[in-house]
Write a protein that binds this ligand. Structure first.
Ligand SMILES: [Zn+2]
Length: 258
């Protein structure tokens, strides 16, 4: 038996075992869990297509086990597939995060899931107009919405004043607390964090935030924007037509791929 032949047999056997192992792993996942992972992959595709995440930025969804969440391993958004999705404990430590090759800023997600039991999905973007909006000096460090999509973020959106990345749970908790029951927060000079009761809702709110930011940056240049009052923004408290909008973006992402 030639060396080359033996080498080929070893490689083939290892590949077949790898495929078998991966298929077995997928088969052991319960259906709701599998659905969550598949929708998380689609969420990455939609957010990347809309230019909200790219080499940086991430999205997660709470697991069926409430003390855990699903997030992709450290990869850029367009490369993420089902096998990159991992389940992480809400109390993940910096040491464990490093060992598991998770995003540096995974603590944005873990801290929000720990602090807010009603939140089931988190999106973190470095989307350009949201970054611009978060650089403004505004009273009380609060931005008020000027559009219907923007009002989906809540009555206002706070600007978290600390600059720099979120490398530890402590800073994650400060952001989680600063959310103040709203649906998003701007991180000064950095990006945005948007949350939802569902993955679909969080993804749509991330898209709506960038729309609001783009519109508001333009209107601030042109004149004095009129902000929604609390009563007006309350009209959009529950995002309408989540399913309809999600299907639109899902289909757009599928066509975009082909
Ligand atoms: Zn970031």
């Amino acid at each position: 038996m030639s060396r080359l032949y033996r080498f080929s047999v070893i490689i083939l056997t290892a590949s077949l075992l790898g495929v078998f192992f991966w298929k077995s792993l997928l088969a052991t996942q319960t259906r709701p869990e599998r659905d969550l992972r598949e929708r998380l992959v689609m969420a990455h595709k939609i957010l990347a297509m809309e230019g909200l995440i790219g080499p940086f930025g991430h999205v997660s969804v709470r697991s069926t086990d409430k003390a855990k969440f699903f997030i992709a391993r450290h990869e850029s958004a367009i490369q993420i597939s089902l096998e990159d999705v991992v389940e992480v404990d809400n109390n993940i430590t910096p040491q464990l995060a490093k060992e598991r090759d998770l995003y540096l800023e995974v603590f944005i997600h873990s801290s929000i899931y720990t602090r807010h039991p009603d939140i089931n999905a988190v999106v973190h973007t470095h989307s350009p107009q949201a970054v611009a909006l978060g650089t403004l000096r505004v009273p009380g460090n609060q931005i008020f919405p000027t559009t219907n999509p923007g009002a989906n973020l809540g009555n206002f959106i706070s600007i978290f004043p600390e600059v720099g990345l979120v490398r530890d749970p402590e800073k994650g908790f400060r952001i989680a607390d600063a959310l103040r029951a709203q649906n998003g927060i701007l991180l000064r000079g950095h990006g945005a964090v948007v949350v939802g009761h569902s993955l679909e809702q969080a993804v749509l709110r991330a898209i709506y935030l960038e729309f609001e930011a783009r519109t508001q940056m333009e209107s601030r240049k042109a004149g004095e924007p009129v902000f929604y009052t609390t009563e007006e923004s309350d009209l959009f408290k529950d995002t309408r037509a989540i399913e309809h909008a999600w299907h639109y973006y899902e289909e757009k992402a599928r066509r975009d791929k082909n």
